[in-house]
Design a protein around this ligand. Structure first.
Ligand code: HEM
Length: 406
């Protein structure tokens, strides 16, 4: 693409009218924006950031608020989806954010993660056994989606027999965050929140009667609050539970699915990993950088802020292009190369700053165990059909990834 075409591409870009080929390959658009319009105006007065440096500056700046009430009210109305997304910690500023984050983080320390790892190893080995018997299967359904549901289900101690609807609820609720929301998506999201709340009310009542271990059970922690702090209200409690169950779920499914697809389409890197399994942790980081499960984050400026040579006024709604920042040549040499051994790799797949992903080390552990054991178990893994991409913009992943193993 020459410079004039790239400039045109950047100038005409709108997330709410993303071009047909954007979802399959957003990277030429991101490159054009980074080069020609790094603080790109979106319809309605928002700004889309595509450079690493600008993304990082916003993540770290106290003027960048995560409170989404102003943005979601016109979009979601007075609805269950609105209540959910505006109550969860990720879309709040202090004090609610700080309070909830502290409670959650206490159950996600290295000791807790080491305990979870033993369960993940056991589960992954069972899944690999089933996959070996089938030989040809959908990698998302048979493998990628099963690992996070186990981990996050255990973290809140949701009975196994109740976990069936969680994936569908999660997809429907998170779809409510797409830049363009159809009435069908809105309706499905509202229904999912209502059903999820009804389910959790029962689970919480049971847990109140019979509390779990405060050190490891996130639901018990959220119910009891900090030892000498204020408790969460019922509404706050319900929506943090929904958020936790969603946050750790589809994202990690997509890390594993996208990572598999990257290895299948970069056979030289797959061979490199097989020859040197010590590279698995850096390969997982590279999967996160190269095809991150979350492509966009948002903030609203509470005061003017200078970015890319302009001053954006207070009130500006900012979209951080995580996927664009993660391919910025100013930060990552040869950014279009998928390099399983890349170091350093300070990608933004987990965000940064006060809201940086609370479960990043859980997700990393899941990725490490999944790929480590998968590659040891099968001498050959290949695509067995056309993958089906999820057609959303904020979340990047596959609905179906047919593979064959030997
Ligand atoms: C590969 C998998 C994952 C990715 C790519 C991911 C990505 C992210 C990102 C980008 C944010 C920041 C949002 C913002 O700043 O607006 C975030 C927040 C969060 N994530 Fe994750 N996440 C993943 C897995 C998990 C897991 C496994 C858990 C739980 C065990 C989790 C729990 C959370 C929580 C609680 C927050 C909110 C933190 C806060 O607002 O302070 N995530 N995640």
């Amino acid at each position: 693409m020459d410079a004039t075409d790239a400039r045109e591409l950047a100038r005409g870009f709108q997330l709410v009218r993303a071009p047909a080929d954007f979802i399959d390959d957003p990277y030429p658009y991101y490159a054009a924006l980074r080069e020609h319009d790094p603080v790109h105006e979106l319809e309605g007065g928002g700004a889309f950031l595509s450079r690493y440096e600008d993304a990082l500056a916003v993540y770290r700046d106290p003027r960048a608020s995560s409170d989404k009430k102003e943005e979601f009210r016109p979009k979601l109305g007075d609805s269950p989806l609105y209540e959910h997304h505006t109550t969860s910690l990720v879309f709040n500023d202090p004090p609610l954010h700080t309070r909830v984050r502290r409670i959650i983080m206490g159950a996600l320390n290295q000791r807790a993660i080491a305990r979870m790892e033993a369960d993940v190893v056991r589960l992954v080995d069972v899944l690999l056994g089933k996959m070996a018997a089938k030989r040809e299967f959908d990698f998302i359904d048979e493998f990628a989606a099963n690992i996070p549901i186990e981990v996050i289900g255990n973290l809140l101690d949701v009975p196994r027999s109740d976990r069936g609807p969680l994936r569908g609820w999660s997809v429907a609720i998170l779809s409510g965050l797409e830049p363009k929301l159809t009435p069908a998506m809105h309706e499905a999201g509202n229904r999912a929140v209502s059903e999820f709340v009804a389910y959790l009310k029962e689970l919480i009542a049971a847990r109140r009667k019979k509390p779990g271990d405060y050190e490891s059970d996130v639901l018990t922690r959220l119910i009891q609050g900090e030892k000498d702090g204020e408790r969460l209200s019922e509404k706050e409690l319900l929506h943090q539970c929904i958020f936790m169950l969603n946050a750790g779920h589809e994202t990690t499914t997509n890390l594993i699915g996208n990572g598999m697809w990257l290895l299948l389409t970069h056979p030289e890197e797959l061979a490199r990993l097989r020859a040197d399994p010590a590279l698995v942790p850096s390969a997982v980081e590279e999967m996160l950088r190269y095809e991150g499960p979350i492509q966009l984050n948002n903030r609203r400026l509470t005061a003017p802020m200078a970015l890319g040579g302009r001053t954006l006024p207070a009130g500006t709604f900012i979209t951080i292009g995580i996927g664009a920042a993660n391919r910025d040549p100013a930060q990552f040499p040869d950014p279009a190369r998928f390099d399983a051994g890349r170091k350093p790799n300070r990608h933004l797949a987990f965000g940064q700053g006060d809201h940086a992903c609370a479960g990043m080390n859980v997700a990393r552990m899941e990725g490490r165990v999944a790929f480590g054991r998968l590659l040891t178990r099968f001498a050959s893994i290949e695509l067995a059909g056309e993958p089906l991409r999820d057609r959303r913009i904020r979340f990047r992943g596959f609905r179906r990834l047919p593979v064959r193993v030997k």
